[in-house]
Ligand binder design. Structure first.
Ligand code: KIV
Ligand code: ZN
Length: 512
């Protein structure tokens, strides 16, 4: 029988650490449900000790998800570990993932600890964690740049203390495939009790090699767990991408000889959900989930695919969920059909009032747009006015005038803490005028570092989805807004970003 490759998804923890990708508890819960539908083996739900928000998100996910193991990250200290254990109470299967840096650079400059102190803290932490939970993962942060002899001592020690998974991060994305594979193999060969733990790879994508390095860790090094994120989301250049690593192992089973439990038909929906939630748009030529991943533009390719699909296709689009892009609801669909579709999409609204509010928005949209796709529904429920989140700013209405040769003008009405305000402005274009109208009232002083528009379902009839990234006092946030009118979508995205700037999301960074 082939070995199983464990898929550990860290979209909600390492992915969320990406500046601007922070998610609310409800958003995380929705993504966790989609990850469960994907049959992800382990979901890293957050870093419970980093903030109250993260604690609550881990707790909510631990209660809601029954199939996947739910994991919380924690630094290697008793307080963090206790917080993780507490947040995980109620989980069907829980894992505590504790980490401490082991590279000379991190120990000396960041931790200001000697190697002996790091070794002792690793031992104590895993011993402490093991008393609270049976499933313990240990990561030597910046493991790949650590001294081999020292790393062997640390890892042998934590396995003796009961760590059940050993994860070897390439924290800064410095590795190359062959060397990383050899590194894992050497660790496994040199550590006498290495067979008592599952070995795991965790690669960052700074040199674009996260997937290749992870696969080398599996093939050459013998790792049996891969840590990854949907769309490769993550800090800097991101993490190893789940969809790529899973499809590589499935498509090249002849080479890897491993089983993967993922239900790949839910991959595209997961990718869209993460991209719509975070505002991190997927590039069209991204493997597996990019809009062009299965599109054949050249005549020769089209001809070949029509004659025999496998001339140019090594995977079937429908196997990763592309065929799911169909009209799901229309103007005449009732509340029950809408509610059922929400359930199928893994969206659990908190109350009947939220369902009613979402249904009213759906009806409004269906009046303006004849075909409603899953993406439209997901965009609609991401709208803060539907969920119960108490937001400071909410869109009400907008009118704008633009004519060739004249300077565009916009007048907007929005609410501030429930009270309606109106504001007007000129601008270089109608979007600029609308956002300036908001800013002239709010005076956030935030700098816009990104503005992007995307058609949710492909045609000019589709909703425009706008992402606005704002930066203020060192914080970076993304706001997303959707509407068939892209100027309204832009105003909604701007207000959503302002709401996120307002929320006090102070948290401890995992690699801080
Ligand atoms: O990249 C890294 O080192 C991490 C650890 C905290 C596991 O994400
Ligand atoms: Zn990481």
């Amino acid at each position: 029988m082939a070995d199983k490759l464990i898929i550990f998804d860290t979209t909600l923890r390492d992915g969320e650490q990406s500046p601007g990708a922070s998610m609310t508890k409800d958003e995380k819960l929705r993504i966790a449900r989609q990850l469960e539908r994907l049959k992800v083996d382990v979901i890293e739900a957050g870093f419970a000790a980093s903030s109250n928000g993260d604690f609550e998100a881990v707790q909510a996910i631990a209660h809601a998800i029954r199939e996947s193991v739910i994991c919380s990250l924690s630094r290697a200290n008793d307080r963090d570990i206790s917080r993780a254990a507490e947040a995980l109470k109620g989980a069907q299967r829980a894992r505590i993932h504790t980490f401490i840096a082991t590279s000379p650079l991190h120990m000396e400059k960041k931790l200001r600890m000697t190697p002996d102190q790091v070794l002792e803290q690793s031992r104590q932490s895993v011993r402490f964690a093991r008393n609270l939970c049976d499933d313990i993962e240990f990561s030597p942060e910046d493991g790949y740049r650590s001294d081999m002899d020292f790393l062997c001592r640390v890892l042998e020690t934590v396995i003796t203390e009961g760590a059940t998974t050993i994860n070897v991060p390439d924290t800064v994305g410095y590795a190359v495939p062959e060397l990383y594979g050899d590194f894992i193999r050497t660790l496994r060969e040199r550590i006498p009790n290495s067979d008592k733990a599952v070995w795991s790879v965790h690669c960052h994508n700074d040199l674009g090699m996260a997937v290749a390095n992870s696969l080398a860790g599996v093939k050459i090094g013998g790792a049996r767990q891969v840590e990854c994120t949907i769309n490769g989301l993550g800090e800097r250049a991101g993490n190893c991408s789940l969809e790529e690593v899973v499809m590589a192992v499935k498509t090249r089973r002849d080479y890897f000889g491993l089983d993967v439990g993922i239900d790949t038909r839910h991959i595209v929906a997961a990718s869209r959900m993460v991209s719509q939630t975070t505002g991190f748009v997927v590039q069209p030529n991204k493997a597996v989930v990019g809009a062009n991943a299965f599109a054949h533009a050249s005549g020769i390719h089209q001809d070949g695919v029509l004659k025999a699909r496998d001339t140019y296709e090594i995977m079937r689009a429908e196997d990763v969920g592309w065929s799911a892009n169909k009209i799901v609801l229309g103007k005449l669909s009732g509340r029950n059909a809408f509610k059922q579709r929400l359930q199928e999409l893994g969206v659990a609204l908190d109350s009947e009032a939220d369902v009613n509010s979402a249904f009213a928005k759906f009806k409004e949209l269906a009046d303006r747009k004849s075909e409603i796709f899953d993406e439209d529904i997901l965009a609609l429920v991401s709208d803060e006015s539907v969920t119960h989140d108490k937001e400071q700013y909410a869109f009400v209405s907008l009118s704008q005038h633009s004519e060739t040769g004249e300077r565009p003008h916009a007048a907007i009405v929005f609410t501030v803490d429930g009270k309606e305000v109106s504001s007007e402005s000129d601008g270089n274009g109608p979007v600029d005028a609308s956002l300036k109208a908001i800013e002239s009232h709010v005076k956030s002083g935030a700098e816009m570092v990104l503005y992007s528009v995307n058609a949710i379902s492909g045609s000019t009839e589709s909703q425009g989805e706008v992402t606005v990234r704002l930066q203020n006092s060192g914080r970076v946030v993304n706001g997303v807004g959707a509407d068939p009118d892209i100027i309204v979508a832009s105003a909604k995205a701007y207000l959503s970003a302002l709401n996120k700037l307002q929320s006090k999301a102070d948290r401890v960074a995992a690699q801080g």
